[in-house]
Design a protein around this ligand. Structure first.
Ligand code: SF4
Length: 255
């Protein structure tokens, strides 16, 4: 078993706090731009400053509402469905600003991505989503395979001989036992194709922070939960996954 105690658990507050800070900063900048261009707008049309101002207030209030909705979801409180479909779009827009604010405080992008995954997973679990095993797709990256393994598993994971050399064999055994769809993806495009082809009801993805963050957003509105891989040999090489965490997550999703 891999000791996960040494792996720092990302804080959910970090992601939400920095997104709120990014939201506040952008709202302030929009106000500044509006104020500077006030006279110019008025020259074009008497009511244009008011129209533009109302539009900017609407956008800022809406994205603030979506962030508050996420906080409510994390706290397990009732949320407004209206905001759900826009949440990831707002995250995509605010995230680069949040990363820059984080940098000022010495917070790395990877920490922020890890915090996003923690928030997203918590929302997933609080939604109490349960799917039949054959409607669950488990997607893993190619780097989980032992680098010198001669068996080609990206087209067909059944080519794995379950020799115990890497976690692919453990996941194949679990897939045989529980019946979930298992696939090893070499990239985001292939992962998306697998999702379209198999039409799962939920996805459990194993990957690094960056790939999980983009993957979870890419498959939306399909519910997706992420498990971080472990990289004892550096990124993208002979990575591992905590099988206890995978089993725990599977038991929470499969009906
Ligand atoms: S478990 Fe063994 S056979 Fe299967 S992918 Fe890993 S090293 Fe290859």
């Amino acid at each position: 078993m891999i000791n996960t105690l040494s792996i720092a658990r990302p804080k959910k507050r970090l992601f939400l706090g920095l997104l709120l800070a990014a939201e506040f900063l952008i709202a302030l900048m929009l106000y500044g731009v509006w104020k500077i261009s006030y006279l110019g707008l008025e020259n074009i049309f008497e009511y244009l400053p008011a129209i533009v101002g109302a539009f900017l207030i609407f956008i800022s209030t809406f994205s603030f509402g979506a962030l508050c909705n996420m906080i409510l979801a994390v706290k397990g409180l009732p949320t407004l469905k209206l905001f759900h479909r826009y949440s990831f779009a707002i995250i995509k827009f605010l995230f680069p600003v949040a990363v820059r604010i984080g940098k000022i405080f010495g917070i790395k992008r990877r920490q922020l991505e890890g915090s996003f995954i923690a928030v997203s997973n918590l929302i997933f679990m609080k939604s109490k989503i349960k799917v039949p095993a054959n409607k669950l797709l488990v997607l893993v990256p190619h780097c989980l395979q032992l680098a010198n393994c001669p068996h080609k598993i990206t087209r067909d994971p059944n080519n794995c001989k379950r020799c115990g050399g890497c976690n692919i064999g453990d996941l194949m055994k679990l897939s045989d036992e529980l019946g979930f769809i298992f696939f090893v993806a070499t990239g985001g495009t292939l992962a998306r194709q697998v999702v379209i082809k198999n039409r799962p009801q939920a996805v459990l993805a194993i990957a690094c922070e960056r790939d999980l963050m983009s993957g979870i957003q890419d498959v939306y509105p399909l519910p997706a939960v992420g498990v971080l891989n472990i990289r004892p040999n550096g990124p993208c090489y002979n990575t591992r996954v905590d099988m206890d965490e995978v089993k725990r997550t599977l038991s929470q999703i499969i009906e």
